[in-house]
Design a protein around this ligand. Structure first.
Ligand SMILES: Cc1cc2nc3c(=O)[nH]c(=O)nc-3n(C[C@H](O)[C@H](O)[C@H](O)COP(=O)(O)OP(=O)(O)OC[C@H]3O[C@@H](n4cnc5c(N)ncnc54)[C@H](O)[C@@H]3O)c2cc1C
Length: 478
């Protein structure tokens, strides 16, 4: 028996139930389909995601080759591609791991129906979540919209978690079908090649994901609660792009961290980390149950918000030229490396939606294009959370003060000095509000505001008041 395994956001060999079940049944043909055109297609990948995908597919192909297998690359409509491949290799079954966004799930159902009509057996599995969205519900059977009870329900439901290894052996089909060449897909930027910073910061692929997890377990998990909010240090796991592409799965992460937990301080640190992993589950739960979220405010009162249409301000925010050093550092870290520290993502997103009153959808779109971990559920849910219109959202009137945030979470200024080098010589006291530095201090640091670094594009107090006024003008939430 030969089985096609359609790989999507599960680009790994270990703990991959669709792949494991196929290997147990007989010969396996692993397939990845680039599906970017046509009706009902997923959102096109952003630039940073395309870069990541190229590396991840190359790594997966190498991992499969070590097992005597291959990765077949094809473009086109999945039902047509899989149907044709099945006929070529005489496959009788097709396996995949489920996705949970409404558009993706609907598309999968249509593909399953088309393959079923050709007499192929379709089997689907869960590789991507600790608990699937329909497995967790409130007492009244509704989806959760508040994180804390969701977290309690998730933790209680899953108890201990085990992860499978990679298949020991992978039987090859009688003959391999043709594959596209990865290079021919043009996923990597060439004119210009802007990906140097991404290459320096990241290695896509399953082996690199495992190394990241091991490094986190060895060096950072115990100090996670103390250091996770400090953007200048590597206090978090930096697993998000690996988790997004499924180069590592949440069961593997959970099992590895929970096994080290024990009691006391180490246990509390592990729990703090697992809670963040649960936010990923929560975002997926929300997108599954509220499929309009990418385009619509979860709290409909925000539909009446008087957002400002201001391309020049949006562009200053994107370029990291707002005049607020912590925001600019984050936006430049994002541009250079494809990633931004979570604390700074919150501050930068708050600045866009509250100080500049620019619709969260513009920020979400920019993150979608530039993040290596761009993920529809996580990105949309977090943007709506920061903007105040999402589930369990920070109330709109809680407006991050970018000066205080910088002083609290980057007190010695190492993060700002790294990403905004034109301010490097400024003393700690003025680093997060350079416009307050006396002329002599600025001169000594070699800075002329407006020439070397912009003055703040809005005054914090004034902008805060505008935001509060705009919020107060909203109708009550029905
Ligand atoms: C405006 C905004 C946009 C965001 N967009 C994305 C996105 O597109 N993709 C993405 O993966 N994360 C997104 N996040 C969440 C978070 O910033 C990143 O997951 C985190 O910074 C990744 O770094 P890490 O792996 O070191 O995290 P750690 O702190 O080590 O956490 C471990 C894992 O938990 C998950 N996680 C942590 N925090 C969150 C969170 N708030 N929401 C959902 N999952 C979380 C991630 O999978 C992460 O890899 C966004 C946050 C904000 C405020």
């Amino acid at each position: 028996m030969t089985t096609l395994v359609w790989l999507r956001k599960d680009l790994r060999l270990a703990d991959n139930p669709a792949l494991l079940a196929a290997c147990r049944a007989g010969a396996v043909v692993p397939v990845f389909i680039l599906d970017e055109a046509g009706e009902g297609c997923p959102r096109p990948l952003g630039g940073a995601s395309r870069w990541w995908l190229a590396g991840s597919l190359a790594a997966l192909a190498a991992g499969l080759a070590e097992k005597g297998s291959r990765l077949i690359l094809r473009r086109g409509h999945p039902a047509a591609v899989l149907g044709e491949l099945a006929a070529t290799v005489k496959a009788t079954a097709v396996h995949w791991n489920r996705r949970y966004d409404a558009a993706g799930a609907a598309r999968d159902e249509a593909v399953a129906a088309a393959l079923g009509a050709r007499g192929l057996e379709v089997a689907t599995f869960n590789a991507g979540l600790l608990a699937e969205p329909w497995e967790i519900a409130t007492g009244s059977g509704r989806p959760y919209q508040v994180f804390k009870p969701f977290w309690v329900a998730l933790r209680d439901r899953i108890g201990s978690v085990a992860a499978d290894g990679a298949p020991e052996a992978m039987a090859a089909p009688e003959r391999w079908p043709a594959s596209d060449a990865l290079d021919a897909w043009g996923l990597l930027p060439t004119r210009p090649d802007w990906a140097g910073g991404l290459r320096a910061a990241w290695t896509p692929g399953e082996a690199a994901a495992k190394d990241r997890l091991e490094a986190f377990l060895a060096d950072a998990v115990e100090t996670y609660p103390d250091r996770r909010d400090l953007p200048a240090v590597e206090g978090t796991a930096r697993l998000s792009p690996h988790l997004h592409w499924g180069e590592i799965g949440p069961r593997q992460v959970w099992a590895a961290v929970a096994s080290r937990a024990g009691g006391g301080r180490a246990g509390a640190a592990a729990e703090a980390f697992l809670r963040q992993v649960a936010w990923r589950e929560f975002c997926c739960h929300l997108l599954h149950h509220f499929p309009r979220m990418p385009a619509a405010n979860l709290r409909s009162q925000f539909d009446a918000m008087a957002w400002s249409d201001d391309p020049a301000s949006l562009s200053a925010w994107q370029r990291g030229e707002t005049g607020y050093p912590i925001v600019d550092a984050g936006m430049r870290e994002l541009w250079a490396t494809g990633w931004m520290h979570n604390r700074v993502r919150m501050v930068a997103a708050s600045f866009l939606t509250k100080h500049l009153l620019i619709h969260w959808r513009h920020g979400e779109a920019w993150f979608w294009d530039t993040l290596v971990d761009a993920d529809l559920a996580n990105n949309v849910a977090n943007w709506q959370w920061v903007a105040g219109c999402g589930a369990d959202a920070a109330p709109f009137f809680r407006i991050f003060n970018p000066i205080l945030q910088g002083q609290t979470f980057d007190p010695a200024g190492a993060y700002v000095r790294r990403w905004v080098p034109e301010l490097a010589a400024l003393d700690d006291r003025h680093l997060h509000e350079p416009w307050r530095a006396p002329p002599m201090v600025l001169r000594a640091a070699g800075i002329a505001l407006g020439r070397d670094y912009p003055p703040p594009m809005v005054d914090h107090k004034t902008a805060r008041q505008w935001a509060l006024d705009a919020f107060r003008a909203l109708p009550a939430q029905p």
